[in-house]
Design a protein around this ligand. Sequence first.
Ligand code: SF4
Length: 455
Amino acid sequence: MDEKGSNTLLKEREDFISCKHENGSNKGMKCDSNSLSGAISQRACVYCGARVVLNPITDACHIVHGPIGCASYTWDIRGSLSSGDDLYRNSFSTDLGEKDIIFGGEKKLVAAIDGIMEKYTPKLIFVYATCIVGVIGDDVKAICKTAEEKYSLPVIPVMAPGFAGHKSMGYKTAGNALMNLFSRNILPKVSGVNILGDFNLAGEMWIIKEYLKTIGVKVISAITGDACYDELKMASSASFNVVQCAGSMTNLAKRMEEEFDIPFVKISFVGLEDTKSSLLRIASLFKDKEIIERTQKFIKEEEAKILPTLNRYKENLKGKKAAIYVGGGFKAISLIKQFKELGISTILVGTQTGKKEDYEVINSLVDDGTIVLDDANPAELEKFMKEKGADILAAGVKERPLAYKLGVAFCDHNHERKHPLAGFIGAVNFAKEVNDSVNSPVWKYVKEGGENYER
Ligand code: SF4
């Protein structure tokens, strides 16, 4: 068996998996393609990709035009926090059934919009066209246009049939829906940034905003964690876009650069080193000596506060090995660095929607022998985690049972957690969670298939 374990992997998946060798490179690794049928991809559909990006807009109504399952499967999908409205936490559906599929669902959509306008006071409405709507051809755009005229508020179609691609296509679709909104208000530039690609799962957007306030950088618009319509309307006036989740937001950032002349930089507030470098990067955009000095001082103070705690955890975690499986490349890259900060080496890295350039960076950061996977499935994760002797898996909620069944510690780096993992506080929370899970006494008693999993 070679290092890819090709005797048990699906042959068609082999090109999506690589093992870093000395002088090796992942340049030839396949990625950003359709999932292999039957390989149990963990990627969500186009509609879901669009919904996760747009759903955190707190004062919007999100109407899912499709069968009830599409709406229920994505209800409150991010668990994003709001400082104001909570309208976004409802999941409205046209609940299309068999008759609607035969005779058309347009009347139901019109009725849904009318019903919502009667009972609620949304600032804007998103209407998602799901798989079946893509098939039966309801004219969602025309209905949205009529509703806009009738109610004098933005009613934005999100054309996202699930079969049109995978989650990445949904991100692009959401970006286009946001551009539809932004383009209605093209404003003169002011000094400040839009924050793209933080979804405020556990208050991270608030942490980042507070940091930027401290260093003297104005936040024009949060896209989309804890976003609201009045703020989003100002997005075109920002002098820069700072992009955290590059996977979901790069398309939007590029369009904003082309159409509104807003340059963008990629940043990440995941991990101590990335937090420090991102703050400096944002500060340097304004070429203002005072902002830069304030930022340097702030970093020094905040780092001094947390370093003793981080060093204590580091002592406990020496020599441990981590596996990472996350949605986008930006998070995987930051996590590799963050594990390294804690003295943990990464032995497996996978992403759902990583791009060629992400995998090149990943390859440059990991040690020889590290397995890199695009669009991995649970069987591949299990195989390589066992082979490489992972002590912890940092991933999303779907992978938690897999880790526990293997007797491997787990860190939820996605939707379900309640503590923030961004910024200085996030670095401490992450170290604590990793330490508590890796060093839990429970692993001594866990058996897999009647035998101890050798760790
Ligand atoms: S794949 Fe189609 S039917 Fe399934 S949730 Fe996505 S849009 Fe709905």
